[in-house]
Design a protein around this ligand. Structure first.
Ligand SMILES: NC(=O)c1ccc[n+]([C@@H]2O[C@H](COP(=O)([O-])OP(=O)(O)OC[C@H]3O[C@@H](n4cnc5c(N)ncnc54)[C@H](OP(=O)(O)O)[C@@H]3O)[C@@H](O)[C@H]2O)c1
Length: 301
C-alpha cells in the first residue's frame, strides 16, 4: 500500500510517500481503507521525534474510511461500513491507504469522509474536558481556541447542553465562532477585560484548548484555577490548573458518534480548512504548525 513513511524523525520533509506492507487486522480489529486522515498538532510533535516512536513509522491518529476486512472475533457484517475512529497503533496510522482499528464510530449518510475525519479527536477530547468541568445548563463557559478542532467541538457540545459560551479566537475567525453559537472575543492583550465585557453576569468555568500562555489570564478571570481545565498547556501545574491528557486509554467513541449524528442532522459544523493529497503531507504539516489553519487540515490517502 501507499503510505507516508517516516524512516527518521525531524523536519516535515521526512514525510515521504513509499510502499509499505498492508496491515493485517488482529483479534477485535478491522482493516480500514482510509479515505481521509485529520492532521493534528500532536502529529507535528510525533513527526519531529517528541514521542520517541520507533522508525519506520506511519503516523496519523484519526481516520475516516470503509471497513475492508475484519480480524478474528469481529462480525463480517461490518465489512463495507463507513467508519471514523482511531488507529490502534501510533506507528501504523492513518497517513496510509490502510490502517487497523478496534475503536470507531459509524459515519451516517450525508456526512463526508473529510467531515468525519475532522471530528474524531476534537469531539472526544472536548467532551472529556467538558465532563471534568461539570458544566450545567445556564452556566457561562469560556473556550479558548474556539476556532480550532478541539475548541470548535467544545463550543458546540456546550451549546447543545444549554451553556452560554464565550469563544476566544483570532479576529479572522470571529464570524465562524459566532456561527457556532458563541459570543466571539479576540485573543491578544486585554483579553480579560474583553471577556468581562462580553459576560457581564460573570463566567463559571474555562476550557483552554489553545495552549498559548492564556492560563494566567483565565486564573485572573475566574479568581483561581479550580474551574479551569486545559487540554493544551503543558505549564498547567505551574498555575494549579488541571491538564487533561488524551491517549489510547481514555478514547470515547460516544461523543464522536454524537457529533457525527449532529452533522447529519445539520446541527454541527466540522469545518475543513484544506485537503492535501498524501504526497503533500509535508505541506499539510507546515500549515498545521502555523497554529492558524482556519479549519481542519485533511490528508487524502
Ligand atoms: N490533551 C488532549 O487530550 C489533546 C488532544 C488533542 C489535541 N490537543 C492539543 O490541543 C491543542 C489544539 O488542537 P487543535 O487540533 O484544536 O488545533 P487547531 O485546530 O490548530 O486550533 C488552534 C487554535 O488555537 C488558536 N490560537 C493560535 N494561536 C493563538 C494565540 N497566540 N493565542 C490564542 N489562541 C491562539 C487558534 O485561533 P485562531 O486561528 O483563530 O487565531 C485556534 O483556535 C493543540 O495544542 C493540541 O496539541 C490536546
Amino acid at each position: 500500500m501507499k503510505a507516508a513513511v517516516i524512516t527518521s524523525f525531524g523536519e516535515p520533509s521526512v514525510l515521504r510517500v513509499a510502499e509499505a506492507p498492508r496491515p493485517v487486522p488482529g483479534p477485535g480489529q478491522v482493516l480500514v481503507r482510509v479515505h481521509a486522515a485529520g492532521v493534528n498538532p500532536a502529529e507535528i510533535l510525533a513527526r519531529a521525534g517528541a514521542f520517541r516512536l520507533r522508525a519506520p513509522a506511519i503516523i496519523g491518529f484519526e481516520f475516516a474510511g470503509v471497513v475492508e476486512a475484519v480480524g478474528p472475533g469481529v462480525d463480517e457484517g461490518v465489512v463495507g461500513d463507513r467508519v471514523a475512529g482511531w488507529p490502534d497503533s501510533a506507528t501504523q496510522g492513518s497517513y496510509a491507504e490502510y490502517t487497523v482499528s478496534s475503536n470507531f464510530a459509524t459515519i451516517p449518510d450525508g456526512v463526508s469522509f473529510e467531515e468525519a475525519a475532522a471530528t474524531v479527536i476534537g469531539a472526544d477530547n472536548a467532551a472529556r474536558a467538558l465532563g471534568l468541568l461539570n458544566i450545567r445548563p445556564g452556566n457561562t463557559l469560556v473556550v479558548t481556541g474556539a476556532s480550532g478542532a478541539l475548541g470548535g467541538a467544545a463550543v458546540q457540545f456546550a451549546r447543545q447542553r444549554g451553556v452560554t459560551v464565550i469563544g476566544v479566537a483570532g479576529t479572522a475567525n470571529a464570524d465562524f465562532v459566532r456561527s457556532l453559537g458563541a459570543t466571539s472575543v479576540a485573543h491578544g492583550p486585554g483579553l480579560v477585560d474583553r471577556i468581562r465585557a462580553a459576560a457581564p453576569g460573570g463566567v463559571d468555568a474555562a476550557l483552554d484548548t489553545a495552549g498559548k500562555g492564556l492560563l494566567p489570564a483565565l486564573v485572573d478571570l475566574l479568581g483561581g484555577p479550580d474551574r479551569i481545565v486545559t487540554l493544551a498547556d503543558r505549564d498547567a501545574a505551574q498555575y494549579g490548573v488541571a491538564f487533561s491528557p488524551g491517549g489510547s486509554g481514555n478514547r470515547d467513541r460516544g461523543p464522536v458518534q454524537e457529533a457525527l449524528n449532529l452533522i447529519a442532522a445539520g446541527a454541527w459544523t466540522a469545518r475543513i480548512g484544506r485537503s492535501f493529497p498524501l504526497d503533500e503531507a509535508a505541506d499539510a504539516h507546515r500549515l498545521v504548525a502555523t497554529g492558524h489553519t482556519h479549519g481542519k487540515v485533511i490528508l487524502l490517502p
